[in-house]
Every structure is written in C-alpha cells, then in structure tokens.
Design a protein around this ligand. Structure first.
Ligand code: APR
Length: 234
C-alpha cells in the first residue's frame, strides 16, 4: 500500500518558470490592484479590465513549461499515492504529469457563464475550456450570459475546499511548496493533517507555521524538492 503524499502548492512553485508570484517584491499585487482584477466587485465594476488581465496570464501560460519542481512532484507518483492541491490557476502540474490536481482557486484555461448555477451547485457542466485563447466582452456562454474567468475571485466561496480537507485528513505526508499561506481557507488546510503526519514546507522565505510537525526547507522549489526527496527516503 503506497503512502499518501498531499502536496499543497502556491505561486512559488511556478516562480522558476518566470511566473510572478503575488506578494513577493515585483509580484502581481504590486503591478495590479487585486480588488480591480481578482475580486467579484472588480468584475462587475469593469469586466473588460478583468478579462484582459486573465487574457494576458493565459497567453503567458501558452509558451510556459513546467519546471523541475513540477516534474519532481509528478515523479513522486512512482513511489507514493500523490494528491496535488494547488492554489495556482496555471496547468503546469498537469503538464508535468501529475495525475491528480485539485484547483482551489480555479483554472486559467477555463471560463463559465457569469449568470450560471456554478456558485450554487459547483456544476462543472457549465465550465468551458478555452485553452490559451483570449476571451472578450460579448463572448457569451451557451446560456447567453457573458463568459467570465473560471477563477475564484476574492469575495467568492472556494467550492473545492471540502474535497481538499478530506485529502489532507488522509495524508501520510503533507508537503507545502511556494505559498505564503496568507489566503484562507487554503492557508488553514495544514491544520487538518493527522497528528502523526509530518509536514514539510519548501520556501526561500520563512513561512509562519508554528506547528511541531513542520520541517522547514528554506530553498527554492526546484532545490527544495531534491532535499525533500532525500529526507523522506531517509
Ligand atoms: N520557490 C519556492 N517558493 C517561492 C519561490 C521559489 N522559487 N519564489 C517565491 N516563493 C515563495 C514566496 O516566498 C512566497 O512565500 O512563494 C510564496 C508566494 O506567496 P504568494 O505570492 O502569496 O502566493 P500564494 O501563496 O500562492 O497566494 C495565494 O493569493 O492572490 C491569491 O488566488 C491567489 O492563489 C493565490 C493566493
């Protein structure tokens, strides 16, 4: 029976492929006002601004490639049952070969109707995969309403959080890579890990986790993954 590793990732895991994180110096929230481009109020205030923001990030994703950390996480599947829970909206874990990826904050390559039932039933039926193409005002969903990013905006619920909690509760090892753990409910997921579950955190900066189960690997994701793999095979 393979041990179950749950890997919770944030923007830092994609940083070494040139993707800006959100809260580092020069990060996205220094370049844009988060309330304008990533909140539900911002969407209703200026749909075009929000559509353009995600069009730019989607276009950048087209030419991107997974980095060695994404690949190392995927390769854990050779020895472990691996569940990736990511706050990221990129598809780099999937493109690196991870076979189970749960997106907490949505997916860049997907859109859904702004007047749909998703928020009530979390029904994937309405979700449209647009790949890396741009979406504009007037691009409508089959139900006739404007297509909006399939992204969890600030001010919206996180439909996949219960699934994520169930995964963390069944972890033999919890690995957190590249998140400042400042955005809830994702930031509180580690608390659901079983008492005897070791928690490893990979980040070049100290992350505020006062938990005796935590082993902190202070490094970038690609190097930190090498250290992690050595530690768990000791
Ligand atoms: N390798 C690993 N970690 C890195 C690297 C790297 N090369 N570079 C930066 N980091 C770390 C930073 O030190 C920081 O702790 O990645 C973390 C990025 O933190 P944030 O920018 O806050 O990103 P994240 O934690 O993913 O944000 C959570 O906030 O805005 C919302 O929805 C958005 O999903 C996002 C959520």
């Amino acid at each position: 029976m393979k041990k179950h590793i749950v890997v919770l990732t944030g923007a830092g895991v994609s940083a070494e492929r040139g993707f800006a994180t959100f809260r580092d110096t020069g990060g996205l929230w220094e370049q844009y006002n988060v309330n304008d481009v990533a909140s539900i109020e911002g969407w209703y205030r200026n749909r075009k601004l929000v559509l353009d923001f995600y069009n730019q990030r989607r276009a950048q994703l087209k030419d991107a490639r997974p980095n060695a950390a994404h690949v190392a996480i995927a390769e854990l599947e050779k020895q472990y049952k691996v569940s990736v829970i990511t706050q990221n909206v990129d598809n780099l874990h999937e493109r690196a070969g991870s076979s189970y990826v749960l997106h907490l904050h949505g997916e860049l390559t997907k859109m859904r109707p702004e007047n749909g039932i998703y928020d009530r039933t979390a029904s994937e039926a309405e979700v449209v995969d647009v790949g890396y193409s741009a979406v504009h005002l007037g691009d409508l969903a089959p139900n006739g309403s404007q297509l909006r990013p399939h992204i969890v905006f600030f001010g919206e619920a996180v439909p996949n959080i219960e699934k994520a909690i169930n995964l963390v509760e069944s972890a033999d090892i919890l690995l957190i890579v590249g998140s400042s753990l400042q955005v809830y409910p994702a930031a509180g997921l580690y608390r659901y890990a079983p008492n005897e579950c070791p928690i490893y955190v990979i980040d070049p900066k100290p992350v505020p986790l006062a938990d005796p189960r935590v082993t902190f690997i202070q490094d970038v994701a690609t190097k930190g993954m090498e250290t992690f793999i050595k530690k768990v095979s000791e």
